[in-house]
Design a protein around this ligand. Sequence first.
Ligand code: NI
Ligand code: ZN
Length: 207
Amino acid sequence: MPFPAEILPTFLARLLAGAVRHNVAAMDIVSDTKDWTWVLERPCPDCGFDAAAVSGRDVAAMLRVAAQAWQVRLRREDVRDRPNAVTWSPLEYASHVRDVCLRFDARLALMLTQVQPEFENWDQDATAVEERYGEQDPSGVATELAASAETLAAHFDQVRGDQWQRTGQRSDGARFTVDSFARYFLHDVLHHLHDVDIEVRPTHERV
Ligand code: NI
Ligand SMILES: [Zn+2]
């Protein structure tokens, strides 16, 4: 099993080096209505993350590193600025990531306690409007994101043995194991760091 701390810094380092360039079309807010399950099969051409190269067991540690990067991003002056009319501001993306952690934590609990549960549909764009993501307080979002990410990381840490192969299903029919669900989730958190042009130094440089 690869040591997870080595993978995420490589990813962040590539972002810093400009090796991964934006695909402007892919940044559109409506992109979250697309089915992203293909990211489990091949590297994401936008953010460069390869979900097939990690194990569900790596996800908790990588989530903790990513959550730190979000803390840094939320402190920047341009946190409320949208790059253009159809792209979320970093604050909106961070609010989304906070809620993704909450939502996926609830789904993980279902997968661990029920036989192939079906997840309730979640309209992410409607939630962003209803919850007024763009008007939330950045420091409050930072605190909430840190808490929701840590809660989910702790629950991933508690998954044991056969539990990684338990299953769940989205309302659109997409099926996940806890393992693929964890890797799918991690991509979302990392992809959105890419969306907000994260500029943080990897904390675990390999020497
Ligand atoms: Ni997302
Ligand atoms: Zn991506």
